[in-house]
Design a protein around this ligand. Sequence first.
Ligand SMILES: [Zn+2]
Length: 82
Amino acid sequence: MHEYKKEETKVLERIICNGCGKIIAVKHGMPMEGVLQVRQVWGYMSGKDGQVDSFELCEECYDRMTEQFRIPPATTEAVELV
Ligand SMILES: [Zn+2]
Protein backbone atom coordinates (compact mmCIF):
# COMPACT_ATOMS: atom_id res chain seq x y z
CA MET A 1 0.00 0.00 0.00
CA HIS A 2 1.24 3.41 -0.90
CA GLU A 3 0.40 6.43 1.10
CA TYR A 4 0.95 9.86 -0.37
CA LYS A 5 1.20 13.15 1.32
CA LYS A 6 -0.36 16.04 -0.50
CA GLU A 7 2.23 18.57 -1.52
CA GLU A 8 1.71 21.90 -3.15
CA THR A 9 4.42 23.34 -5.34
CA LYS A 10 4.42 26.91 -6.46
CA VAL A 11 5.12 27.36 -10.14
CA LEU A 12 5.70 30.84 -11.50
CA GLU A 13 3.16 31.24 -14.26
CA ARG A 14 3.51 34.85 -15.35
CA ILE A 15 4.84 38.20 -14.24
CA ILE A 16 2.75 41.34 -14.32
CA CYS A 17 4.54 44.64 -14.82
CA ASN A 18 3.80 46.96 -11.91
CA GLY A 19 4.26 49.97 -14.18
CA CYS A 20 1.77 49.24 -16.98
CA GLY A 21 0.07 45.95 -16.11
CA LYS A 22 1.59 44.11 -19.08
CA ILE A 23 1.67 40.34 -18.69
CA ILE A 24 5.05 38.70 -19.21
CA ALA A 25 4.87 35.01 -20.00
CA VAL A 26 7.08 32.62 -18.04
CA LYS A 27 8.18 29.25 -19.41
CA HIS A 28 10.10 26.75 -17.30
CA GLY A 29 10.65 29.46 -14.70
CA MET A 30 12.20 31.86 -17.23
CA PRO A 31 10.53 35.15 -18.21
CA MET A 32 10.10 35.28 -21.98
CA GLU A 33 10.93 39.00 -22.10
CA GLY A 34 13.34 41.32 -20.38
CA VAL A 35 12.07 42.16 -16.90
CA LEU A 36 13.49 44.18 -14.02
CA GLN A 37 12.87 42.48 -10.69
CA VAL A 38 13.40 44.55 -7.58
CA ARG A 39 13.32 43.47 -3.94
CA GLN A 40 14.22 46.13 -1.42
CA VAL A 41 14.64 45.49 2.27
CA TRP A 42 14.42 48.85 4.01
CA GLY A 43 16.80 49.26 6.91
CA TYR A 44 16.91 51.10 10.17
CA MET A 45 18.11 54.39 8.68
CA SER A 46 15.11 54.63 6.38
CA GLY A 47 11.60 55.69 7.24
CA LYS A 48 10.44 52.16 6.33
CA ASP A 49 12.52 50.10 8.76
CA GLY A 50 11.81 46.39 8.32
CA GLN A 51 9.61 46.89 5.28
CA VAL A 52 10.26 44.71 2.23
CA ASP A 53 9.13 46.12 -1.10
CA SER A 54 9.18 44.25 -4.38
CA PHE A 55 8.06 45.01 -7.90
CA GLU A 56 8.63 44.04 -11.50
CA LEU A 57 8.92 46.27 -14.53
CA CYS A 58 8.79 45.35 -18.21
CA GLU A 59 11.62 46.61 -20.41
CA GLU A 60 9.55 49.52 -21.77
CA CYS A 61 8.72 50.75 -18.26
CA TYR A 62 12.37 50.29 -17.25
CA ASP A 63 13.46 52.45 -20.20
CA ARG A 64 10.85 55.08 -19.34
CA MET A 65 12.00 55.15 -15.71
CA THR A 66 15.73 55.32 -16.42
CA GLU A 67 15.25 58.06 -19.05
CA GLN A 68 14.14 60.28 -16.17
CA PHE A 69 17.40 59.72 -14.27
CA ARG A 70 19.71 62.71 -14.11
CA ILE A 71 22.59 60.24 -14.28
CA PRO A 72 22.00 57.20 -16.48
CA PRO A 73 22.48 53.71 -15.03
CA ALA A 74 25.96 52.21 -15.31
CA THR A 75 26.14 49.78 -18.19
CA THR A 76 28.62 46.98 -18.64
CA GLU A 77 28.55 43.76 -20.59
CA ALA A 78 27.61 40.59 -18.77
CA VAL A 79 30.42 38.05 -18.84
CA GLU A 80 28.04 35.12 -18.79
CA LEU A 81 24.37 35.27 -19.71
CA VAL A 82 22.29 32.99 -17.57
ZN1 LIG B 1 5.44 47.90 -18.08
